[in-house]
Design a protein around this ligand. Structure first.
Ligand code: ZN
Length: 398
């Protein structure tokens, strides 16, 4: 089958005009300039591109919209989330994940890194041995990569074996919520395996204060939750220092938020080849922070994008995240933000070859909108919506 549209968005956000795709067995096998006299399936005046990649979300919170509306600071929001989590059954969590998958699909996300809550048996406080949520599949073709979330101390033994059975990766909640000994045990038990890691890093002043001094409002919350504070020490250092000491600064790690980093820490992150995932709308809602992206770009630190959850961001659309960036950061080009949501994100997730050539039909979008030739990529980004996004793999698409 030969497919064409007026525009094709290539990696890096380059717009190609009048190109066609040759598709065999639902896979793109050739991309070439449109040839006269050949018969094409013409999609229209819009653009074909790869689906986007969301590198940080918590789909289980997809029914927790009301948490976004609550007033108060980050600490009270955190308390609200903990309280909300306590009211959810396994079925509620599953429903949230399915709702999030549906919204992600409708908003043009093909792959998403989803932080999966660890389920504990309510009676024994032991780890469930039954089927994990990661086994559940929805009717959507988008790909969910579950990263099991670790909070607090995990004792060696059965729990570690449970974790080792895990999926694509591990999410340590944060350097202020996971004891270094637990991080070390898990890194050691997964040594030699291709495991990806992600962690919220330097997200709040509370986190920094706690790691520096071992006290403050965050210490009070952890103690209240039954965490042994001495295990979260030694105190006196920074979030980045903690990660360096446990060996988590590597190209296999995605650092999320990174609101409060010193110059030297940024240099270290660059040297170690880590990826940084920004969730700009969530940073604004929860912390009132407009991230200084220039500092990352200046050093060549690869940036990818996440939406965070519906408990802090108004949608799970990565296009919305890109539009927010283009509207608030005059120094970012449409190509910069498109790369964050595609090429950089694919590298962060170790997905070689997330490119148009060789891609499956189900990973491709057609954006059914008017594209202005003056700035075609910007108009594609601003034209992408639930109404204009069409998945080429969908039954009625072709
Ligand atoms: Zn998060």
């Amino acid at each position: 089958m030969l497919l064409e549209a007026k525009w094709l968005i290539a990696p890096g956000g380059k717009l190609l005009s009048d190109y066609s795709l040759q598709v065999q067995h639902r896979r793109v096998v050739k991309i070439e300039k449109r040839r006269p006299f050949l018969s094409y399936k013409d999609m229209g005046p819009g653009a074909i591109c790869l689906g986007l990649i969301n590198c940080h979300t918590h789909l289980w919170l997809s029914e927790g919209h009301r948490l976004r509306e609550t007033q108060g600071d980050f600490l009270s929001w955190t308390r609200d989330v903990i309280q909300y989590r306590g009211t959810l059954s396994r079925e509620d969590i599953l429903r949230g994940i399915h709702r999030g998958m549906k919204e992600s699909h409708e908003s043009g996300t093909y792959i998403l890194l989803d932080i999966e809550p660890m389920l504990l048996d309510q009676d024994t406080r032991d780890y469930l041995e039954g089927p994990l949520i990661r086994e559940e599949k929805g009717p959507w073709p988008n790909v969910r990569l579950p990263f099991l979330e670790i909070i607090g101390r995990i004792p060696p033994g059965p729990a570690l074996r449970f974790i080792a059975k895990g999926g694509k990766g591990i999410s340590f909640h944060g350097p202020h919520t996971v004891p270094p000994i637990t991080m070390s045990h898990i890194l050691e038990s997964l040594k030699g395996r291709k495991t990806l890691y992600t962690i919220h890093l330097a997200e709040s002043e509370l986190e920094l204060e706690f790691l520096r001094e071992g006290k403050g409002p965050w210490a009070d919350l952890m103690a209240e939750r039954g965490h042994a504070l001495d295990l979260l020490g030694p105190f006196g250092g920074s979030s980045v220092q903690r990660l360096k000491e446990v060996g988590l600064l590597s190209p296999n790690t995605i650092l999320v938020h990174c609101h409060h980093l010193e110059e030297g820490e940024l240099d270290l992150i660059r040297e170690r080849g880590c990826f940084v995932c920004l969730c700009p709308r969530s940073s604004l809602r929860l912390h009132g922070i407009v991230i200084e992206i220039r500092e990352f770009l200046k050093r060549g630190i690869p940036i990818c994008l996440g939406t965070d959850s519906l408990a802090s961001a108004p949608s799970l659309s990565v296009w919305d995240e890109m539009r927010y960036l283009l509207s608030h950061y005059p120094y970012l080009s449409p190509g910069d933000v498109f790369s964050m949501a595609t090429t950089n994100a694919a590298k962060a997730l170790g997905l070689e070859g997330y490119t148009l050539l060789g891609s499956s039909l189900s990973s491709l979008l057609y954006l059914d909108c008017q594209i202005a030739s003056a700035d075609p990529l910007a108009s594609a980004i601003f034209g992408a919506s639930h109404k204009t996004i069409k998945w080429l793999g969908a039954q009625d698409a072709l």
